[in-house]
Ligand binder design. Structure first.
Ligand code: HQG
Length: 191
């Protein structure tokens, strides 16, 4: 139940606030009162305590409540125009991106693009990238030469929940690591 509500919150706060008739400010914040009233009008009655519990339980700290508890936003992943004001930061030498094999040919030519999101999402930990890639199938982990990107003037931002953001990753900074997750065993061929 709360996972379904969490997904609905992500959708509304990142992509379609208009779907329930609320607005976000320039930094992506919505009024908690407006959000709860709008959700109730659209069939998802939720108390303030239940909302706080969902925010606290989110595995990746997707949501943030303002210090006074009156506003809520998602930390990244928007397609609506917001300026989140995340801190620009100097990245570790290597960052990781999890994807799947079917995207590799295109990524090899075009690099990593942000698609409908505002940024390309990267992580300092390879394990995180494995989880991100696994949403789509057998994960493939790309190593990003973040040190070279930064030296060449690419900018990076770090969200409070430790997602590294950048505008794009040109193909020349992307390396396929040697250690890929093990392939599933092949069925023996009939002779
Ligand atoms: C791929 C979730 C072809 C890219 C996760 C990815 C993350 C290309 C997909 C966060 C490409 C975009 C972000 C190119 C990139 N050609 N495919 N040139 N460039 N791609 O969901 O990084 O649960 O927008 O590899 O956990 O997968 O939403 O980005 O597979 O943190 O909080 O295009 O979303 O967090 O997919 O995931 P996405 P992502 P939440």
């Amino acid at each position: 139940m709360s996972e379904a509500i969490s997904k609905r919150l992500s959708y509304v706060l990142r992509h379609r606030p208009d779907a329930i008739g609320i607005t976000l400010d320039g930094a992506g914040w919505a009024s908690v009162d407006d959000l709860l009233a709008a959700l109730a009008r659209h069939g998802t009655a939720l108390s303030r305590a239940e909302l706080a519990a969902i925010v606290g339980a989110s595995d990746k700290r997707r949501f943030a409540l303002s210090a006074d508890g009156t506003r809520i936003r998602t930390q990244q992943g928007h397609s609506v125009p917001v300026e989140l004001g995340h801190a620009e930061a100097s990245p570790p030498a290597t960052l990781y991106h999890g994807t799947v094999e079917r995207f590799l040919a295109s990524i090899g030519v075009h690099g990593l693009h942000r698609g409908t999101r505002h940024h390309v999402h990267l992580s300092a930990a390879a394990e995180t990238a494995i989880q991100v890639g696994a949403r789509r199938g057998r994960p493939v982990i790309l190593e990003i030469d973040a040190a070279a990107m930064a030296a060449d003037g690419h900018r990076f931002w770090l969200t409070p929940n430790q997602v590294w953001l950048t505008d794009e990753v040109p193909a020349r900074y992307i390396r396929l690591p040697a250690r890929l997750p093990a392939a599933p065993p092949r069925a023996p061929r009939a002779r």
